[in-house]
Design a binder for this molecule. Structure first.
Ligand code: FE
Ligand code: FE
Length: 192
């Protein structure tokens, strides 16, 4: 893996603040992957790259999506908070040469999650919310749960995200609701 290249490229691409966030997500994702028997280095890479699309404006993201022939649902197109994920994942192979499909999938779904998410997708989703730079009420508790129970931490993380989306008046992606319900169903089945 060309770590020097990826770090330098992302620092230039993202700027200091978003780069700092990405490093936090990368390290947290790597820790979670180690704890839950995932691929540590690829989780780190997914974390480092996950916000690649975030530097573009909504209209830039929409026109890039159109140029690439990316078919996206209404809600994703409306919310930049969602749109940067699928468009970033589609840009990475073209602009950076990243071809690892598990990494790209984790990037594509990092804003909504999805039922049937892979371990890498789960690890990235959670790392984005609990990385060391995050500071919201309850984040410490979330980090604590993440140390012992991935599924329960994910459920709490999705619920946090859904609540924030509602509070801010954004559109809620139906995939987030399905992700939440699938986590809940899994926990209930296992006697939670
Ligand atoms: Fe993001
Ligand atoms: Fe992020």
């Amino acid at each position: 893996m060309e770590w020097k290249f990826y770090h330098r490229m992302m620092r230039n691409h993202l700027g200091a603040e978003l780069y700092q966030h990405s490093l936090g997500v990368a390290e947290t994702a790597a820790d979670l992957a180690l704890r839950y028997r995932g691929d540590r280095l690829r989780a780190y890479l997914a974390g480092l790259l996950h916000d690649y699309g975030k530097v573009y404006s909504s209209s830039e993201l929409r026109s890039k999506a159109e140029q690439m022939g990316l078919r996206l649902d209404r809600v994703s197109l409306e919310e930049k908070g969602l749109l940067h994920a699928p468009v970033g994942a589609a840009l990475l192979p073209i602009e950076v040469g990243v071809t690892d499909s598990a990494v790209l999938k984790a990037v594509a779904y990092h804003t909504t999650g999805r039922p049937g998410a892979s371990l890498m997708e789960k690890v990235l989703y959670l790392a984005d919310i609990i990385e060391p730079g995050r500071d919201f009420e309850g984040v410490e508790g979330l980090r604590e749960i993440a140390r012992t129970d991935l599924e329960r931490a994910l459920l709490a993380a999705v619920e946090h995200t859904i609540q924030r989306v509602l509070q801010r008046g954004f559109m809620l992606h139906p995939r987030s609701v399905r992700f939440r319900n699938s986590l809940l169903a899994g926990l209930r089945k296992n006697g939670g």
